[in-house]
Design a protein around this ligand. Structure first.
Ligand code: SF4
Length: 324
């Protein structure tokens, strides 16, 4: 499949404009993501329609806590990634060669509407690396009343993002740190394009954010203050998921301590109405009304709406910003 968003450069090279790397790709070569190849002067999406894994997950696993709580969603992934995070939890999919299968449009449609699924979550690897495929499938989903969810690193150029957003119902975007130094050293990317993506996405779709807290790398009090404040300046209702880091891929630092996560929560909570902890059992991840602290959603084994009626808190009547 020929890619969108590229132009011809000098000496038969191609410039890919999908993400901020803007790779200059010589004939026969691939870009940093390994899935876009200059083949006879055309940029080809090598992973178009190639699926590495699929599963039905509760939407909370994406994580999305304020978007159809408790509902299952078909989750599919391909391969390829435009960042190279040392701590990648999905490196076998993102960076390694994997077996793939092709699932045609009719089967995707059938799978995404079975078992109570509300649609598709494009996840596991970086979904924007399957840009053309997602653009195609998301339009089909939309036509059939199904939802499109992206779990993304947000490292995409503005043009392609704007073109895709009208078909996307919800996004979980990684905000991996609040320093460009972290993005450059540990992820081989940069912070600003991710922040721009978040600001753009919030204007047109439901957005939740995830930060993997790596003790000593992005967990300082100053950074948590900056994180909470920056998000609140966009919208204090954006849910933030603080996930516990475990050693993975190239990063061998010890796992983040519970106390560090809870301190990160305390600090960001000064600015934000909803902060959740990920990858830890037994923490209070229920959703509470920011005005009267009435419990809106229980999250024990499965999510259950208990304090919302007609989009309002049942105790104080405050409007809640939750899609259900
Ligand atoms: S999408 Fe891939 S090929 Fe295109 S600029 Fe980004 S990393 Fe390079």
């Amino acid at each position: 499949m020929e890619c969108l968003y590229y132009e011809r450069g000098n000496d038969n090279a191609i410039i890919c404009n999908l993400c901020p790397h803007n790779c200059v790709i010589k004939e026969g070569n691939v870009g940093i993501c390994r899935v876009r190849k200059n083949s006879d002067g055309k940029l080809i999406a090598l992973n178009y329609g190639r699926i590495t894994s699929y599963a039905y997950d509760p939407i909370e696993k994406k994580p999305l806590y304020h978007f159809y709580p408790g509902k299952p969603i078909l989750s599919i992934g391909s391969y390829g990634c435009n960042l190279a995070c040392d701590f990648c939890q999905n490196w076998e999919i993102a960076h390694d060669e994997r077996l793939t299968m092709e699932i045609d449009k009719e089967d995707i449609l059938l799978l995404s509407s079975s078992g109570g699924s509300i649609g598709i979550a494009y996840t596991y690897n970086e979904p924007s690396m399957s840009y053309e495929y997602i653009k195609h499938i998301s339009k089909v989903m939309r036509k059939h009343g199904l939802k499109n969810v992206m779990v993304t690193n947000g490292y995409i150029n503005e043009g392609p993002l704007i073109e895709l957003l009208p078909y996307i119902d919800a996004m979980n975007i990684d905000l991996k740190a609040m320093t460009d130094e972290f993005y450059r050293r540990i992820c081989k990317g940069s912070l600003k394009p991710v922040q721009e993506t978040i600001k753009r996405a919030v204007e047109s779709t439901h957005v939740e954010l995830t930060t993997l807290i790596i003790e000593g790398e992005n967990s300082s009090d100053e950074e948590m203050e900056a994180l909470g404040e920056w998000i609140a300046n966009i919208d204090e209702d954006i849910p933030l998921h603080l996930s516990k880091y475990h050693p993975a891929y190239k990063m061998k630092l010890p796992e983040t301590k519970y106390e560090v996560l809870m301190r990160a929560k305390d600090i960001t909570k000064k600015y934000l109405n909803h902060v959740y902890i990920g990858n830890v059992w037994g923490v209070d991840n229920n959703t509470y009304c920011p005005h009267c602290h009435n419990r809106l959603i229980n999250r024990y084994s499965t999510a259950e709406i208990v304090g919302i009626k007609d989009n309002n808190c049942t105790k104080c009547g405050n409007e809640v910003n939750i899609i259900y």
